[in-house]
Design a protein around this ligand. Structure first.
Ligand code: COA
Length: 177
């Protein structure tokens, strides 16, 4: 039954091939490409730098997303062959959920986070989703400001959503237009 339900959901969307491309930001050349399981080791190192030694996503979380039966898109952005940011989105009926976005501190506030979010938003649009959603820690001022700037609105507060720190989350949504 669950299997049939899952394949019905997968049939709602279609897997598409993401074309690797070069992107210039502030006179620097970056490569944006789809994430693969071969990247996980480097992504874990990057997470440690971004989250001061913490690993919000362990290897198993990346694997679960990359092998998910739900249609999804996971992207990495590279500078001089090093991954400096990543983003992921997973589709569920007419909603596309941004599961993670993170940028190396040395590369933050240059437009990379916005670029990654816009890439997955374009994917949600092509997949005919109606909304894009995400959760953000109540204390994550920078991310909340960025999401609001990009058109996300708070729909509800989720009490003690994060196990680490027992922190509340804001559930934010943007209409796909
Ligand atoms: C949230 C996060 C992904 C944003 O990434 P980012 O690359 O810094 O995002 P951007 O550069 O696109 O935007 C950040 C700010 O820089 C500004 N900016 C973008 N390009 C700029 C430039 N060339 N010069 C000056 N400012 C710029 C943006 O307008 C935005 O302004 P704001 O602070 O007023 O909102 C990043 O802060 C991060 O990785 N944080 C840690 C992980 C995390 O918390 N992830 C979110 C989990 S929900």
């Amino acid at each position: 039954m669950l299997k049939r339900f899952r394949s019905a959901i997968s049939a709602f969307h279609h897997k598409e091939r993401y074309i690797t491309h070069e992107q210039e930001i502030a006179d620097k050349k970056f490569i944006v490409r789809e994430m693969s399981t071969n990247d996980i080791k480097e992504l874990l190192q990057l997470e440690k730098v971004i989250y001061a030694g913490e690993l919000p996503w362990a290897r198993s979380a990346f694997l679960a997303e990359l092998y998910s039966r739900y249609v999804h898109l996971y992207l990495c952005i590279l500078y001089q062959d090093q991954i400096v940011g990543f983003v992921g989105i997973r589709l569920f009926f007419d909603d596309a959920h941004i599961t993670h976005v993170a940028v190396h501190p040395n590369f933050q506030k240059t437009g990379i986070g916005s670029l990654l979010i816009k890439e997955v938003e374009a994917f949600a649009y092509r997949q005919h989703c109606q909304t894009i959603s995400l959760e953000v820690r109540i204390s994550n001022i920078d991310a909340k400001r960025l999401y609001r700037k990009l058109g996300y609105e708070t729909k509800k507060r989720m009490t003690q959503y994060y196990k680490i720190g027992n922190e509340d989350a804001l559930y934010m949504v943007k209409k796909v237009e």
